[in-house]
Design a protein around this ligand. Sequence first.
Ligand SMILES: Nc1nc(=O)c2c([nH]1)NC[C@@H]1CN(c3ccc(C(=O)N[C@@H](CCC(=O)O)C(=O)O)cc3)C=[N+]21
Length: 359
Amino acid sequence: MHRSLESDAAGRSIVQFPPARDPATVVAGRRRSATAASAGPAGRREHAGDERQTNPPMTTCAATLIDGNLAAEEIKEELRARVERLAASGVRPGLGTILVGDDPGSRSYVRGKHRDCADVGIESIRRELPADSTQKEVLRVVRELNEDPACSGFIVQLPLPPHMDMRVVLQAIDPDKDADGLHPVNLGRLVLDQPGTVPCTPQGILELLRRNEVPITGAQFCVIGCGTTVGRPLGLMLTRVTEHATVTMCHEATVDVAAHTRVADVVIAAAGVAHLVKPYWVKPGATVLSVGITRTVEGILGDVHPDVEGVAGKWTRATGGVGPMTRAMLLRNVVDLAERRAEQDRPSRSHADAVEHAG
Ligand SMILES: Nc1nc(=O)c2c([nH]1)NC[C@@H]1CN(c3ccc(C(=O)N[C@@H](CCC(=O)O)C(=O)O)cc3)C=[N+]21
């Protein structure tokens, strides 16, 4: 149906040409064609199997695209209603961002976050510091937002300049204002299965899987990358009793990553290595999510090779998948924090009832 124009590391253009697909077998997003829908997943797989005898596997079926922008819009709609309810009781949630330095990527993320806030009625509180600020100056702004009643939660945009210790800065955040869920107390709460704020990207991944009917309980997951913001907390979340997935965590020292991905029902690539996950790494019909991104002059490359589309059952691309969900989950964390705070500040109804009954 379409040829994808790609470039190699040296910037040369390569034309990849999966031959034209039969339009009836192309299943994109939620717009499944009537024939594909009536055949059902089993029917589709049999059909693919038949074709595989004559064609290379990557031409036989197209994975369903999981649309993160669509799911993020749905979540924002839910949040708008919650923000309105809070407004009715005189509370306006506020998200604070602390940006240090002028990395263009970070600047554009922060701008996006404030656009999202405006979109759902959350107040934006922006703090910017020059790249040569001292750690003390950053800590002063962290304490300022800890104290600011208009700020329900805030984030310190990462990475920080190299002369700062990220751990010290993150630990200075009030855990109950930690919108990113990256404070040691919140990560500890996650380990212990206690209520707290959970990191945005893993939360967005779970939400995306649920909303696209990907089974989690009992499924075999392979997570590639054990970073603090994605892989490690994701492994913890997937193994909670409420999810109860079986999880293999791969990292740089894993001897044969492909041996682990090939048996997985769901592969989550969060290593930050461009096009790491190849089509032959993937069990046919598996779900594959691309999380890590590499910025090149040619644009954004994801951790999942584009040809995985020909093998996976459901998948996300490098953009328009997990990224928008990360942003939506940040907004949800802020609304959660604002609701929790409003609940604490309100004279408790059960207490009032108790007093009434006592009288
Ligand atoms: N304290 C902190 N918290 C973070 O959550 C955090 C951070 N620091 N530092 C950087 C990473 C990265 N990150 C992304 C969020 C959304 C998209 C996103 O929405 N991407 C769009 C494309 C954006 C583009 O084109 O540049 C998409 O996937 O469609 C990407 C990346 C959050 N991070």
